[in-house]
Design a protein around this ligand. Structure first.
Ligand SMILES: [Zn+2]
Ligand SMILES: [Zn+2]
Length: 452
C-alpha cells in the first residue's frame, strides 16, 4: 500500500503528454510563423496582474465577470509577516485573457510614442474559474493579437485574414468567420435602449440569466443559447440596421476588404462579445457548426485604452484558443512534421574502456557546437541505437570493445544505416563536417518544399 493517495491535478486543468505535445508544438510554430511574417511583434506580459486591471477592463458597465477570476490576497494567505504587511497590491488575479495585460503594458511603457499602428502578439496561459464542463478547461492556452493606433477598416479585415491564414496553414477544412458591428459611442446607447425596450416587453419569455441583462446589458442577451430565448432574439431589432452612418461606412469597408481578399464570412446579426469594451466590428471564428465549434474571436475596442488611463487610441484584436486548434489537428489526422530533436549526434558505447572514450569524445564534439547525446547504462548497442533513433539523431558514433582497443569509432548515418570506421583522432573533425553538410542539405530541402 502506498503511504499517500497520489495527488491528482486540479479540476479543469490538464496534462499535455509526450505523445500529444507535438500537436501543440506544431500549432505554436505555425502561428508564430504566420504572425511574425505579418510584421507583428512578440511580447509577454505577466500571468499575474492586479485584480483592478481586469475589473476595469472587463466589468465596467456590463456584467460582473470577476466571479470567474482566480483572485487571491497574498497578504491574507501568507504567514510571512513581511508579505502580510505588503498591502499595496490588493487582490492579485490570474489573467482571464491577455488583451488587458497588453494594453496595460502599452500604457505603462509609453509605447504610444512609437509610430502607429503598433502590432503585438502574445501566447500564454489564461485562467477562468467557471464551471468546467466537458471539453472546457479552466486553464487554457491563448494567442492574443492586438493592433493599436489605427481606425482603418483595412486593419480589421487584415486581422480576420490573419486568422484565416493560420487556419489554412493548419489545414482546418471548415474554418468559418462570423462578423457583425455593434456600433460606437454615438449609436450604441440608442441601440441598447431600443433592445432594452424590446426585451422588456418579452421578458416573460426570457431565461433568468437574460432577464438580469435587460437593463444594463441588453446586447448580452443576443448571445444567449437558451432555446427559450432564441425565438425572442430572432425577432429583436438588429444592431447593423441601427448603427450610425459612420459605423455603417466602416463596417461596409471591412466587408469589402474581406471580399477583396477572398475571405468567406457569415454576417451574424446577433454576434456580440461578452466583454463590453468592444465597439464597431466584432467577429468570431468557428470550426464548422457554430455552437460547438467556437475557437476564438475579437473585435474593435477603440475606447479601452482611454478607459485604462491611456490616451485615446483606436485598437482592434482577437484571441484564439490554441488547445482547441491542437486538438483539431490531432483528431483530424492532419500530418504534422516530426518534431526535430536538437541532438545531431548520439554516442553509443559498450564496455568500460569504450565508456571512458565515449564520454571524452561527447564533450569534445559538444565543444564544436554540435549537439550530442550519449546513453550511459548497461544497454546493448541495439538498444542504444534505438535511443539514437528516438531523438532523431543524424549520426551515431559507436565505440565498442573492439573500437576501444584499435583506437577507432564507427560513424553511422542514421538515415540509411551506412557505417564507416574513423580513427579516434579524426573523429571530431569528421563528425563536424558530416553534420554541417547534412544540416545545409536539410535546410535546402525545406526551402524547396516551401517554393512548391
Ligand atoms: Zn456609430
Ligand atoms: Zn437567455
Amino acid at each position: 500500500m502506498p503511504k499517500f493517495q497520489p495527488i491528482t491535478k486540479l479540476k479543469g486543468t490538464r496534462d499535455i503528454l509526450p505523445e500529444d505535445w507535438p500537436y501543440w508544438g506544431y500549432v505554436y510554430n505555425v502561428i508564430e510563423e504566420v504572425v511574425l511574417s505579418a510584421g507583428i511583434d512578440r511580447v509577454d506580459t505577466p500571468i499575474l496582474e492586479k485584480n483592478d486591471l481586469f475589473v476595469h477592463t472587463l466589468s465596467e458597465e456590463g456584467e460582473d465577470f470577476s466571479k470567474d477570476f482566480y483572485s487571491f490576497d497574498i497578504g491574507k494567505i501568507s504567514n510571512d509577516k513581511k508579505k502580510k504587511s505588503d498591502k499595496t497590491d490588493g487582490l492579485t488575479t490570474l489573467r482571464p485573457e491577455i488583451t488587458s495585460g497588453i494594453i496595460r503594458m502599452y500604457i505603462e511603457n509609453n509605447l504610444s510614442a512609437f509610430p502607429k499602428p503598433i502590432s503585438l502578439y502574445a501566447i500564454g496561459k489564461c485562467f477562468r474559474n467557471d464551471n468546467a464542463q466537458v471539453g472546457k478547461y479552466r486553464e487554457f492556452n491563448q494567442l492574443s493579437v492586438e493592433i493599436i493606433g489605427a481606425e482603418d477598416p483595412l486593419i480589421d479585415a487584415n486581422l480576420i485574414s490573419l486568422m484565416w491564414d493560420i487556419g489554412q496553414k493548419l489545414k482546418i477544412a471548415n474554418l468559418e468567420a462570423h462578423i457583425n458591428s455593434v456600433g460606437c459611442n454615438e449609436c450604441r446607447p440608442r441601440i441598447k435602449k431600443m433592445l432594452s425596450e424590446y426585451f422588456k416587453k418579452k421578458q416573460n419569455k426570457l431565461c433568468e440569466n437574460c432577464k438580469k441583462k435587460i437593463k444594463k446589458n441588453p446586447l448580452g442577451i443576443l448571445s444567449c443559447k437558451n432555446d427559450k430565448c432564441e425565438s425572442v432574439i430572432a425577432g429583436s431589432p438588429l444592431t447593423i440596421d441601427n448603427i450610425c452612418e459612420e459605423c455603417k461606412k466602416h463596417f461596409t469597408s471591412v466587408l469589402e476588404f474581406l471580399d477583396e481578399m477572398g475571405i468567406a464570412y457569415n454576417l451574424s446579426p446577433n454576434l456580440v462579445r461578452d466583454y463590453d469594451y468592444y465597439n464597431r466590428t466584432v467577429f468570431d471564428f468557428t470550426i464548422g457548426e457554430k455552437k460547438q465549434g467556437f475557437i476564438g474571436g475579437g473585435g474593435r475596442y477603440d475606447g479601452l485604452i482611454e478607459r485604462l488611463g491611456g490616451e485615446i487610441s483606436p485598437a482592434v484584436g482577437f484571441a484564439v484558443n490554441l488547445d482547441l486548434l491542437a486538438e483539431y489537428v490531432k483528431n483530424n489526422g492532419i500530418k504534422i512534421p516530426k518534431i526535430k530533436s536538437k541532438v545531431n549526434v548520439f554516442v553509443i558505447q559498450l564496455g568500460e574502456d569504450a565508456k571512458k572514450i565515449a564520454i571524452k569524445k561527447t564533450k569534445e564534439i559538444r565543444k564544436l557546437g554540435i549537439s550530442t547525446g550519449i546513453a550511459i547504462g548497461k544497454d546493448t548497442i541495439k538498444a542504444q541505437l534505438k535511443s539514437a533513433d528516438k531523438v532523431n539523431a543524424l549520426f551515431a558514433v559507436i565505440i565498442g570493445q573492439r573500437e576501444a582497443v584499435t583506437g577507432t569509432a564507427l560513424v553511422r548515418d542514421m538515415r540509411d544505416g551506412v557505417q564507416e570506421t574513423v580513427e579516434l583522432e579524426d573523429l571530431n573533425h569528421k563528425v563536424f563536417n558530416l553534420v554541417e553538410e547534412r544540416i545545409k542539405e536539410e535546410e535546402a530541402q525545406v526551402k524547396r518544399q516551401r517554393l512548391k
